[in-house]
Design a protein around this ligand. Structure first.
Ligand code: ATP
Ligand code: MG
Length: 232
């Protein structure tokens, strides 16, 4: 009997820090689309993002700790190892260079991140470089303008958690899968602010990640103080 080809999830982001919302989104996507593995892919912090961030090494370490607690997850240094800004197009090309076909790749984003898809490098070609899995995120809806975009609308496919999309396995074309899931209402920004206010990360990050943040005093210095210390 021929074994089914691998189905690889990829969850990219600054993961500053990785939190239970990322883990839940990875699991929701894996359940809905029968993914074998989800790679956490810490990326460089884009220029437009807020300054208070942990170094790439700490962000990678935290993603690795989260992966070590969870059989579904792995961590990849693919984006951090590449200098300069992170483009999903380049990442998907790098997987292709490793022999992974577009129909085996499932690039997972929250609805907020996918809302800007038409500004991504090589849009709309990027939509043919892998499947996209758009997981619902509390407080964010996928704008109608994005759903109706002529490059997006024909590719949209709905899936309820726990259905196996057998019918589409045969098709080689890549889809944009909408996954309804109740992921926790947490964000890295909120976690950083709470730590800065002395309240800690609580249960919003996996236990080993919370211990790493405490041990290294991450996110305890304000952006202004970082600049004073010459850290930015
Ligand atoms: P920040 O507040 O710094 O932007 P974040 O919590 O949004 O951090 P990112 O690293 O920006 O985390 O997100 C990486 C990916 O994970 C994005 O596609 C984002 O939409 C998705 N994501 C993050 N949190 C959730 C969540 N609670 N539910 C579903 N998806 C999420
Ligand atoms: Mg974000």
């Amino acid at each position: 009997m021929r074994s089914a080809p691998l189905r690889l999830g990829v969850l990219g982001g600054t993961l500053d820090p990785v939190h239970v919302g990322h883990v839940a989104a990875a699991h929701a996507a894996a359940r809905a689309l029968s993914l074998d593995t989800v790679w956490l892919l810490p990326s460089h912090v884009p220029a437009h993002k807020a300054a208070p961030h942990a170094s790439p090494w700490h962000r990678f370490a935290m993603a690795a700790l989260a992966a070590s607690e969870d059989d579904l997850l792995r961590v990849s240094d693919l984006e951090l190892a590449r200098p300069g800004p992170t483009y999903t197009w380049d990442t998907l090309q790098a997987f292709a260079a490793e022999g992974v076909t577009p129909s085996q790749i499932f690039f997972i984003t929250g609805a907020d991140a996918f809302a800007g898809i038409d500004t991504w490098r090589r849009f709309p070609d990027v939509l043919d470089a892998g499947h996209f899995v758009v997981v619902t995120r509390p407080g964010h809806v996928l704008p109608d303008a994005v759903r109706r975009h002529p490059a997006v609308a024909p590719r949209l496919r709905h899936t309820a958690a726990s259905t196996r999309p057998e019918a589409d396995d045969a098709a080689d074309s890549c889809g944009i899968w909408l996954v309804e899931a109740e992921t926790p209402d947490v964000s890295s920004t909120g976690i950083r602010q709470r730590i800065l206010a002395g309240k800690g990360a609580g249960t919003d990050v996996p236990a080993s990640v919370a211990a790493h943040i405490r041990r290294h005093g991450l996110y305890t210095i304000s952006p202004a103080a970082r600049r004073l210390h010459g850290e930015d």
